[in-house]
Design a protein around this ligand. Sequence first.
Ligand SMILES: [Zn+2]
Length: 637
Amino acid sequence: MKKCWKLRLSRLLLLPLLFITVSTFAQYSKIEKGYYQFPIQPERTNYLAGNMGELRASHFHAGLDIKTNGVEGLNVYAAAEGYVSRIAVSTGGYGNAVYVVHPNGTTTVYAHLQRFNKELAKYVLESQYKQKSFTVNLFPDRGRFKLKKGEVLGYSGNSGSSTGPHLHFEIRDANQEVLDPLRIGFTEIKDKIAPIAERIALKTMDINSRFNGQFGRFEFNLEKRGNEYVITDTIRTAGKIGFEIWAHDKLDGAANKNGVPEIDVYQNRKLLFSQRIDSVNFSLQYNIKSLTNYQAEQETRRRYNKLYIDDGNSLGFYNDMKDRGFFYPQQDSIYLFQILLADAYGNQRRVSFNVKGEKTAPTELTQIDRRNHSYLLDNTLQINRKRKDELNNITVYTQQGSHILEPAYSDGEENVYLVDLNKGLPKTIDFGDDQEEIDFIDMIPSEKEHSYLSNSFSAAFGKNTLFDTLYLKARHYVDEDKKIEVLQIGNEVSALRGIVEIELVPLMQYDTLEQFQAYALSNSGNASFVGGNWSEGKIRFAISSFGNFTLMRDLTPPTIKQRASSNEILYFNIDDELSGIKEYEATINGEWLLMNYDSKRKLIWSETLDKSKPLKGDFALTVTDYAGNKKTLTLKL
Ligand SMILES: [Zn+2]
């Protein structure tokens, strides 16, 4: 707790006008110092591959990823006294995981384990045989497995969706909110390195906003000056503006890029925006797609943290802020912006730049930032066109009627038109010498159920499917070269927070309809199984991201290959080409036999309940794919 106060004090000295948060950190003050011990390699310096709250593609990282020097099998210790409340075995996710409840009400979680301690392993194995399932989710009675602080509960590994050996360690409070273990003050982790800022971005937040006279989103390189970052040029803006930052934190002794838990933005030394990722609620994980700029991430592969609270963001990382972090400059005023990044150890870094308020939309520019021919940003469709000698106005036809649009600005060579989609979906734009069809098929409101219907497909959006209004594009057609039909729906850059239910009437003739299922097509043409149910000649399936979908059938059963095995343990590689492996089952003399599964290595191996008995008799293994194809292998042992 000392560290937080140090941080507060130094910040007080740095910035006299400070808004002190009340609720955050409160839960940390309830935790006794030294209550937890480090769960692996205690009393030695450890290194992190990831920290809590870090921005991942689809979630906030819930714990510490503690490196294990590339090896598995290190002792994992109970961080404090308590009892085992849950043990899970799964092929993905946390893999082998142990949950321990402590007398202070918190729960610690240890994931991606290689194996459990002897007592827990026996219990898990018996439960697997009882349930006839490799994957189990067990909730032992309260008093059954008590652990002393520092007792070995398992061994570190690489199970589940882990991509390299490490221990994933979490501390959750009594409400199952994830806390930041680094705020509890483990001496095993050292961090003297301040966060690192890569770039700043600026976004015009409505049709009348401008940066240097232009509409859009713009990124800025930062210059390092001593210990801080600056943008040397003054940024000129008008209207409602949002800033974004691409930053990470580095800890001592490891190159890994971790998240930045604290970001404050000061406008003329007054707090404009403040974000504290010091606890994460699992039910709000999907909000990551509205805290980061999802569209920019899809377009640039850079994960920016928005420095404003965007539509649909219901996270509690923020204090009450008057303008949700948005900036409204006054004409001819100059503002000093300071962005302060801090990590859990109180290391700070500052980014400074000046912004000058301008009058809205100068008509002539020296040079336009050229982008795609047309570009959608929130509720504005930007269209770039070559400037003509005369008649540069265009006519926008919507379902409701038409309106004439002047160029929003121009540089003499190119015109930029900004079409306000709030005024109705454009159908056709008449440029005078030619016309262009605009292929939005519908406007989907957020926070409301909505269905789009056409002759060959429908798309149903639930109340929570979208963060913000969506301007939907979709096309259902036959790709004559590939001899497949394609439903191209939405734009990959649009974030979904829930699923969209699709119902499709096939365009092509299929002899056996039921064999065909929906697959998602990646940009490189790879198909991944989605599934679907047929009824009355229509297939229904759910999608959780936009893109291209097709109907394909998988008629090839999975493959089984035996590896070097022994009397006690049988090893097999199992694989499936198109739809993927759904399930498998093994028996010995008709009795269910546990096969452990490491999907990363496509490897399964047997484990008998009674280890003293060698495997003898009739062995059978059946592997089933998602399309329902089965492959059976029998052996006489
Ligand atoms: Zn992790």
